[in-house]
Design a protein around this ligand. Structure first.
Ligand SMILES: Nc1ncnc2c1ncn2[C@@H]1O[C@H](COP(=O)(O)OP(=O)(O)O)[C@@H](O)[C@H]1O
Ligand SMILES: [Mg+2]
Length: 347
């Protein structure tokens, strides 16, 4: 079932916690709301769940308007960061909770609980108490409880943020595989950009209650619309240039002492100041390149991240770890180069 959010808004006094957010989650699609703490992700998710009523806008599940419908009527299942499991109930009883509340017959509950627990590999732990489970297992119980009701929409609010890094990575694969297998329409919330990139069909980058950009992970990464998106997703060098002229659909730009040709959806006139983004991994070391000076180096395992001074600007440069990177030292004079077509014009 597809879900449509149309100008959804929530105010707390003067603050628009969610400000006219519009989005369509297609049937079976996983969209992630990605943004810093306090940007309005949870508020938006709770309005879709029916736990919070909007001040403006509309919400549709398929053809049906759900803007002010009760949570029960929507049949949206939510998974919370802190799991929100009942400590006095065992695993099976926790998973059965929503089904019992819906008045489903006992044998059917039993069957659905078993299936949900098998889906998250907890078939053997049905009689465990909550305090006998690890964080990852609790998280799987919460997921099983959400899946057991066969919801129209699955909503997950930072479901992995209480787990350690390795477990987070394996859990996000499990969640994604299950979501795809079940064809579940899903809205996922995280502040972790790698998690968002790894599991999403599309990402909605949020800041201050507003969706800044919506697109497939690599669209967002390769062609961020503005400096906020560029900087929030991955690492970005934001460089200031000057438009020299327009030349058959492209702009001739002066950047770091060199002329570049860039494409832009936004129009400029000669002499305009222009902001361009380039990713650290799109910059190479090159004998005839622009002079730069290594100011800092971090060996991050698979890559080495350099901070350089280059034409009065600080430049991050990533290089795959190799024998050659081990010879570089802080203070070294080097030369770097990049292609025109990796430069992204920002709004
Ligand atoms: N019940 C509330 N009363 C007042 N302000 C709130 C309330 N809930 C959230 N906010 C504010 O709304 C903004 C968005 O919050 P939230 O949706 O929880 O952000 P996120 O989930 O992205 O961290 C924040 O500035 C937060 O302080
Ligand atoms: Mg939140």
């Amino acid at each position: 079932m597809n879900v449509v959010l149309n100008n959804m808004t929530k105010r707390y006094g003067e603050l628009a916690a969610v400000n006219a957010c519009s989005l369509e989650i297609k049937d079976g699609e996983l969209i992630t709301l990605l943004g810093p703490s306090g940007c309005g992700k949870t508020t938006l998710l709770r309005m879709v769940a029916g736990l919070l009523m909007p001040d403006g806008g509309q919400l549709f599940f398929g053809e049906k308007e759900m803007t002010l419908a009760s949570a029960q009527e929507r049949k949206a299942a939510m998974v919370f960061q802190h799991y929100a499991l009942f400590p006095n109930l065992n695993v099976r009883e926790n998973v059965a909770f929503g089904l019992k509340a819906a008045g489903i017959p006992r044998e059917e509950i039993s069957r659905k609980v078993r299936r949900a627990l098998e889906r998250v590999d907890l078939g053997a732990l049905g009689y465990r108490r909550m305090d006998e489970l690890s964080g990852g297992q609790k998280q799987r119980v919460a997921l099983a409880r959400a899946l057991a009701v066969e919801p129209n929409v699955l909503l997950l609010d930072e479901p992995l943020s209480n787990l350690d890094e390795k477990l987070r990575q394996s859990m996000r694969r499990n969640i994604r595989a299950l979501q795809q297998e079940l064809g579940m329409t899903t809205l996922y919330v995280t502040h972790d950009q790698q998690e968002a990139m790894a599991i999403s069909d599309r990402i909605a980058v949020m800041n201050q209650g507003v969706i800044q950009q919506l697109g497939r992970p690599y669209e967002i990464y390769d062609t961020p619309r503005n400096a906020f998106v560029a900087d929030f997703i991955g690492h970005a060098n934001i460089l200031k240039g000057k438009v020299l002229s327009r030349d058959s659909g492209r702009y001739r730009v002066l950047l770091q002492g060199r002329e570049r040709f860039v494409k832009s959806k936004k129009s400029f006139v000669d002499g305009d100041a222009i902001e361009l983004m380039i990713r650290p991994e799109a910059i190479q070391f090159s004998e005839n390149g622009i002079p730069a000076n290594i100011q800092w180096m971090e060996h991050l395992g698979s890559i080495v991240r350099y901070t350089m001074e280059c034409q009065g600007t600080e430049l991050l440069v990533d290089r795959v770890n190799a024998l050659s990177t081990k010879r570089d030292q802080i203070g070294d004079a080097v030369r770097v180069e990049y292609d025109d077509d990796v430069l992204v014009v920002l709004e």
